[in-house]
Design a protein around this ligand. Structure first.
Ligand SMILES: [Fe+2]
Length: 160
């Protein structure tokens, strides 16, 4: 940890940096999975899904940056290389190589949902460490992921 005039106690900052880095690894993993879907989707909904998956990727890239920079603001080091992300990620590997639109929608929904659950849990953990700002950051990311899950999953929800 680096010295900082940030007034949150070091013991709390230590734990916060640890949980930020855990979710950073997940977010980087998620971002690569969005691109995997963007590149490989096929079928009649190709252009809509190709564009949507890239939009999700763009949003996730912003979450990566928010999470990484919060870790550094708290005196930590952001561990954001591909190797570290691959080693630490809690997300399942993307389920597909090829596949049609419905299959990619299902695969990306699964991983968005898994990430959303992990991020939501960090809201409470950050609040327990008296860091309303990190809790707010995770709330923002969680709200965004819920929105993207809706955008993606809606493709499968026409028939109930
Ligand atoms: Fe592209």
């Amino acid at each position: 940890m680096y010295p900082t005039r940030n007034d949150l106690p070091e013991s709390a900052r230590n734990k916060l940096v640890e949980l930020l880095n855990a979710r950073l690894a997940d977010a980087i993993d998620l971002q690569t999975q969005c691109k995997q879907a963007h590149w490989n989707v096929k079928g009649p909904d190709f252009i809509a899904l190709h564009k949507l998956f890239d939009e999700v990727n763009g949003a996730v890239e912003e979450y990566v940056d928010l999470i990484a920079e919060r870790a550094v603001q708290l005196g930590g080091v952001a561990d954001g290389t591909a190797r570290v992300a691959a080693k630490r990620s809690s997300l399942p590997e993307y389920a597909l190589r090829g596949g049609d639109g419905r299959e990619h929608v299902a695969a990306l929904s699964t991983v968005l949902s898994a990430f959303g659950k992990l991020v939501r849990a960090e809201i409470d953990r950050s609040n327990e460490l008296s860091d309303a700002d990190t809790a707010d950051l995770f709330t923002e990311v969680s709200r965004g992921v819920d929105k993207w899950l809706w955008f993606v999953e809606a493709h499968l929800q026409a028939e109930r």
